[in-house]
Structure formats: C-alpha cells, structure tokens
Design a protein around this ligand. Structure first.
Ligand code: SF4
Ligand code: SF4
Ligand code: FES
Length: 473
C-alpha cells in the first residue's frame, strides 16, 4: 500500500482516498463543513485547509487525494491562521443565538468556532436577515444560520433524487431555499436536518423538546420496513425524543426515511394498549392468563405471527404451539400484497422496501408459511404482532372467529379481538431480525417497558404452566 505522512505519522492509504479519510485513520481530525462522505466533493467552505510540502498555498483536504510520499501538516501556523480566517468569514452573518438554537451541543459551526475560530471579529456591518419559507411538516428553516455549505442541495440531487433545494442570489444576498419556495417533497427530508452542519435546517418533530447533550443513545435497527436501516434511538427519562440514522455502508449508508424516523411515535401513543383487556374492559394479568388458558385449552390452534416479531419471539411461539397445541398451524403476516420475500421489492431507488415489517426474511428462515396459504382457521385464533404488522388485513379475513391478540396493539385495533394481552415494542426489547438481504441484525432495548406489559416469552410461559402465579413484569 502507498504511504504518506500526516503530522509526522506515516499512514497507508488506498489510491483515491482523500486526506480527510486518511488523516482520520491516523487519528487526526480535520475540521469540515461542506464535506460529507456520502455526498460529492465541492470544496466550498475552505475549513479543511492543510499545508502540503512543495505546494505554495494551503490546500483543501476534502478535494486532495493522498499521494505516495506526500507530507501533510494539519496544525502548522499557516493552517491555524487560514482556518481562523475561514471561521471569521463564516460567522460574518451568523446570529448569536446558540443558547436558543436546537442544534446547540451537536453543531459543527459551534465546535469548529470553538476549536479553530478567533476570539476577535473585525466585522462591524449589520447582519443580514431573511423571511423563511415553509419547508413542510418535517423541516424548519432558519436561513440566517446558514453557511452555504450546499450539503442540503447536494443531498436532494444526489441521494433523495429530487432537485428541490437551490442557492438563489449570490454573495452576501445568497439564499439557500426550495425551488419557488415550495415545501420539501422528498420522503427522506429528516436527513436534511442530520447533514446541515448548523441550526439552519432542524427537525420539527424534535425542536425544543430536549437539549441534545441530555439524550442517551441506543444503537438499534429501524423496524419500519425490511431494509433494516441502522439507527440510534435517542431518549431520556424513559421517553424517546428522536431516531437518527447510523452509518452502515452495506445497508443504509448514512440515511433513513421519514417514515422510519417517525415510527417510534406509536410506541408512546396514548392509544397503545398497556394493560390486558377483555372485550372493552381492562383486567389484571392473573385473570387474563386464566381466560386465555380456558379459551385455548390444549386444542390445535391457528396461530398468526407478525413478520415484525424477532427470531427469538417467533421461535418461542413455534416451540409453544408444538409442545402445547399439537396439530396447530402457524402463518406469518405483515404487509398486504407482500406475502413472500420474493414479492418484497424496493419502493424507490433509495432505501424503502415494500414489506412494512422488519423480519419477513427471518419468518421464512424458520419455515413459517404465509397467511395467504391459510385455507381454514380454528374457532379461536391467536394473533401475535409487534406493532408494524397490518393486523386489520388478517382480522377482516377471520370474521366469526374468536381472535386473541398478543403483542403491540392500539385501541382502534382492539375492536377486532375478544382479548388483548399487551407485549413489548421494538424499542423495549432485544432480539434478532434478518433484513431483505438476509443480513442478521440486532434490536436493542432503548427504554424500560411499563410494568403492565409482558414479553411474549413470559406470556407463553405463564400460559403453559398451570401453577405459576402472575407477578408484575
Ligand atoms: S441550510 Fe444547512 S446544509 Fe444547507 S447550505 Fe445552509 S448550512 Fe449547508
Ligand atoms: S427505509 Fe425502512 S428500515 Fe430504513 S428508515 Fe425507512 S422504514 Fe426504516
Ligand atoms: S470541507 Fe473541504 S472545503 Fe469544505
């Protein structure tokens, strides 16, 4: 492998790698604004200045590829001076509203200003102001905080596949806005807030709900479709405040869709059933388990399992029916019109898949057949679901049968069931899922479940055991 030297350290590189990537490998962080590894390189902001031996002027590290024998300095006097000059320019028009800005604590402008800016400004002119356009339900815009890095414009064109953000006017009058001031069209708009290095584009769903530094972070997987985008659930005090994408170059790169980003809301919705319920009445767990036992006895059953459940939950259900209800049939369900992974095709050229559940592939790996193959059903049907599977698509097929729901259900769905036993959502459990590519991934528990709901494994254990006394979760 060829080698170059960065701040006195010899580093190997692959041909084509830029100095930012190579320096990072050597443990040297070069500050950036316009550069993003998932977007084209434009070298506009001039924040990533480095000094390269035998080159007369400072160079931008994002647009310079490493070369054999290259000697790079990232901390020399000219570099420090150059970056301070860039910061001074970038802050000419920036308001002093960090204390009330939602980006504070995770703002590249704040961090780079602290790390590389100068304490003195020579600027005496008035700062410019803007009337902001309405960018739709996902993103709020504060143009006066913009540093014209054009990451947002490039994201639209290069990733979301929609040319909807533009720079109009030039110089001091430049305005980064949407075409004709229209609201954003993309279904991937949340990424604009992630990539904006300042508080110019922020997520409406998260604005002013929690300071960024107070959030705890759990690395997990989105359950919104079979893509299995890697993401982080950010939470505090057992409340989820937002979900953001995590880098996985094999699956979602740096991005996630808005549907997946906002999906967590149903887990905290006031309509979610959090106590066992018989008919329209909430009951205790002791009564619920006894009623369940009385109704299913040891008869063969039809059991429907959502393809939004984890491998462990599906295995537990298969084991339980095999041992306690011999002759039962188990079918998976999830998305209308998508019964097999062969039918699970991409919805767009970005990320979204047709299957709205995360583990269709996993259910198939366990040999569970699709609900489409169900010819008849037992009088009592158990319906297990994790929250994303389309329950109404199966309950409407089973009119006249007594349906018992075990899993994550809303009050609206409860009408189809004679009884509901509430269980854990994807934010409250650990488990394994397989995405549409067959890649095995892990769900991680982010928050503690309410003590009135129980894991499917516990519900099955209590149902199987004639003597166990029911306690709190
Ligand atoms: S809005 Fe944000 S991402 Fe877009 S150009 Fe301005 S600073 Fe960059
Ligand atoms: S594409 Fe699918 S897995 Fe990825 S964020 Fe969207 S819903 Fe979630
Ligand atoms: S990060 Fe290199 S010029 Fe902007």
């Amino acid at each position: 492998m060829p080698k170059c030297t960065i701040d006195g350290k010899e580093v190997e590189f692959k041909p084509g790698e830029n100095l930012i990537t190579v320096a990072k490998r050597a443990g040297v962080e070069i500050p950036v604004f316009c550069y993003h590894p998932g977007l084209s390189v434009v070298a506009q902001c001039r924040m990533c200045y480095v000094e390269i031996e035998k080159m007369p002027k400072l160079q931008t590290a994002c647009s310079t590829n490493a070369a054999e024998g290259m000697v790079v300095k990232t901390q020399s006097d000219p570099v420090v001076k150059g970056r301070a000059g860039t910061m001074e320019f970038l802050l000419l028009n920036h308001p002093l509203d960090c204390p009330i800005c939602d980006k504070a604590g995770e703002c590249d402008l704040q961090d780079n200003s602290f790390g590389h800016g100068s304490a003195n400004m020579r600027h005496t002119e008035e700062r410019r102001t803007y009337v902001d356009v309405d960018m739709g339900p996902v993103i709020e815009k504060n143009m006066n905080r913009c540093i014209h890095c054009t990451r947002c414009i490039r994201f639209g064109e290069e990733v979301a596949g929609i040319h909807e953000m533009v720079a109009i006017q030039r110089g001091n009058n430049i305005d980064i806005t949407t075409i004709d001031g229209n609201p954003l069209q993309t279904e991937y708009a949340g990424n604009y807030a992630d990539i904006c290095p300042t508080g110019s584009l922020t997520l409406r769903d998260f604005r002013f709900r929690k300071r960024a530094w107070m959030l705890k972070k759990t690395s997990t997987i989105c359950e919104g479709c079979s893509k299995g985008c890697n993401m982080e659930i950010q939470h505090e005090g057992n409340v989820i405040y937002r979900c953001v994408p995590r880098e996985n170059l094999e699956i979602n790169k740096y991005w996630m869709c808005d549907e997946g980003r906002m999906n967590y809301h149903y887990t905290q919705d006031e309509k979610r059933i959090l106590n066992p319920r018989s008919g329209a009445t909430f009951i205790g767990w002791e009564d619920a388990i006894q009623t369940l036992k009385d109704q299913i006895n040891e008869k063969p059953l039809t059991v429907l399992v959502g393809s939004d459940l984890t491998q462990q939950e599906l295995e537990n259900i298969l084991e339980y029916t095999k041992n306690y209800h011999k002759g039962s049939s188990v079918y998976h369900f999830g998305t209308e019109g998508v019964f097999t992974s062969a039918q699970d095709l991409p919805v767009d050229k970005i990320l979204k898949m047709k299957s709205k559940t995360s583990n269709l592939n996993g259910a198939e790996k366990l040999g569970i057949k699709s609900v489409q193959e169900m010819k008849s059903a037992s009088d009592v049907v158990l319906v297990f679901a994790g929250g994303r599977a389309n329950v109404q698509s199966v309950t409407k097929k089973l009119e006249g049968k007594k349906l018992i729901g075990i899993g994550v259900y809303s009050l609206n769905e409860a009408e189809s069931f004679s009884m509901v036993l509430p269980s854990l959502s994807f934010t409250e459990k650990d488990g394994t899922i397989f995405n549409h590519q067959g890649i095995e991934q892990k769900l991680k528990r982010a928050i503690q479940p309410k003590n009135t709901i129980k894991a499917i494994s516990e519900i099955l254990m209590l149902t199987a055991n004639k003597k166990v006394k029911v306690g709190a979760n």
